[in-house]
Design a protein around this ligand. Structure first.
Ligand code: AMP
Ligand code: GLY
Length: 424
């Protein structure tokens, strides 16, 4: 088979790494990929949002399966375009991708189908937002309706902050049209978990739970980021709790999408809060999580290619149960100077591990996220630079293995959390 992966982050490197191990794969391409992905795939000079060019390439190369990493091409309708051209592609249609593309759509859908969520109010003008915010008690969570590169959510402790944030979203348009509507929702406390499922719209194959670290600094301090690290499995998610999550949240959501004429095919990522008031949906994403995918791919024992293909061909019911390594996996993300506000790029990355696959094994990988080649040197090219991922007999050993490697990689301004998978 010829497979094409779209995207250039750590998630795509982890997917490419796993896919490249399948005996079914003859040739793997990435658009655009990164220097890490180039270790296992041929990288093409086509950006992830150049849907027309990607489709042309897939047609001319007779690609058997395209796997979409990031949300933007999904929300823009890449799956619909590929299907029209008779090409196989893993991911939801534009209509189904609304689950991530519109927070208003998702909140209203979950409410209509009685799926456990925080209470919320949708506002469509600054005036309406101001009026509501003056009477509601804090803390509160503000969410721009549309995509905002992971920056659209703010937890507000005080009213003046909420008023300031909503003004920037709705008047100053910091997220453009994504801020035409805003969801103001109840703040939930508890423990977060990411539950990803593969579904062909009829059958659901739930993956092992994972957890990511959203805040920049140790002890969950500092601003929200795309994710500073992740691990799997998650001990507090008992089999009983997992049954509840699947039975009361995942299955009803897939049904809700079906009854709303937006049948869902692809990976469905539920961001959940296990709160004293129960398990509630914080968000849905319509793609694999980043960095959750890094530990998940390292723990996945089954060949991923038949799974992805079964989703696309709606044959998931014929697939054997997914097999996992029992050993836990931990991913520590190294970020560039200035992340997340204004990441600096162009810093040279040194250390054998970062540049060559030396020392990398099936249970230890340096996944590239924001890296580029410049004058034959690997340099930083984004906020999240590398995701050092290790699997071992227990969490302490996996942590040790990942952090030992982190210490052997350097670049100016490198930063990482020191508490990923600590005390869990
Ligand atoms: P989202 O993109 O909707 O998942 O939001 C990003 C992050 O904001 C989540 O992972 C949570 O840490 C936090 N968050 C979102 N919604 C809520 C909520 N209702 N209560 C508390 N924290 C939230
Ligand atoms: N790790 C959070 C996300 O993928 O959205």
């Amino acid at each position: 088979m010829k497979i094409l992966i779209i995207g250039s982050g750590g998630r795509e490197h982890a997917l490419a790494w796993k896919i490249s191990q399948s005996p079914l794969v003859k040739k793997l391409y990435a658009a655009p990929g990164n220097p890490g992905i180039a270790q296992v795939a041929e990288c093409l000079p086509i950006a992830a949002n150049e849907i027309g060019k990607i489709k042309e390439f897939a047609l001319s190369e007779k690609i058997d399966l395209t796997v979409v990493g990031p949300e933007q091409p999904l929300v823009s309708g890449i799956v619909d375009e590929f299907r029209k051209a008779g090409l196989k592609i893993f991911g939801p249609t534009k209509a189904a991708a609304e689950l991530e593309g519109s927070k208003v759509f998702t909140r209203e859908l979950l409410k209509r189908f009685g799926i456990s969520s925080p209470s919320f109010k949708v506002v469509a003008s600054l005036d309406e937002a101001m009026k509501y915010l003056t009477k509601v008690s804090m803390p509160i969570v503000l969410k721009a309706d549309g995509l905002a590169s992971g920056k659209g959510v703010t937890v507000c402790e005080h009213k003046d902050i909420a008023l300031d944030v909503v003004t920037r979203i709705m008047k100053d348009k910091i997220f453009g049209d994504s801020g035409n509507k805003v969801v103001i929702e109840e703040f939930l406390s508890g423990q977060e978990v990411s539950v990803l499922s593969l579904t062909d719209g009829k059958t659901i194959a739930v993956l092992e739970p994972a957890r990511d670290y959203k805040r920049l600094m140790d002890d969950n301090k500092g601003p929200n980021t795309g994710g500073m690290g992740a691990y799997s499995p998650v001990k507090f998610v008992t089999p009983k709790m997992m049954d509840k999550i699947v039975g009361e949240i995942i299955v009803p959501t897939v049904h809700a999408m079906h009854s709303s004429s937006r049948p869902y095919q692809g990976v469905l990522y539920a961001g959940l809060m296990v709160s004293p008031a129960g398990i509630k949906v914080l968000e849905y994403n319509v793609r694999f999580g980043d960095p959750e995918t890094q530990p998940l791919m390292m723990r996945l024992k089954s060949d991923i290619v038949p799974l992805l293909m079964a989703v696309v061909e709606q044959k998931l019911d014929r697939i054997k149960p997914i097999e996992w390594h029992n050993e836990p996996a931990v991913c520590v993300v190294m970020t560039s100077k200035g992340y997340p506000a204004s990441p600096r790029t162009g810093d040279e990355i040194t250390g054998q591990l970062a540049n060559r696959p030396t020392g990398q094994t099936k249970d230890f990988q340096v996944f590239h996220a924001g890296t580029a080649l410049k004058d034959e040197k690997v340099v930083t090219s984004g906020g999240r630079v590398l995701g050092i991922t290790a699997r071992a007999k227990d969490f302490a050993s996996a942590r040790q293995k990942a952090y030992d490697a982190v210490k052997q990689i350097s670049f100016d301004g490198a930063f990482y959390r020191t508490d990923i998978a600590k005390n869990i």
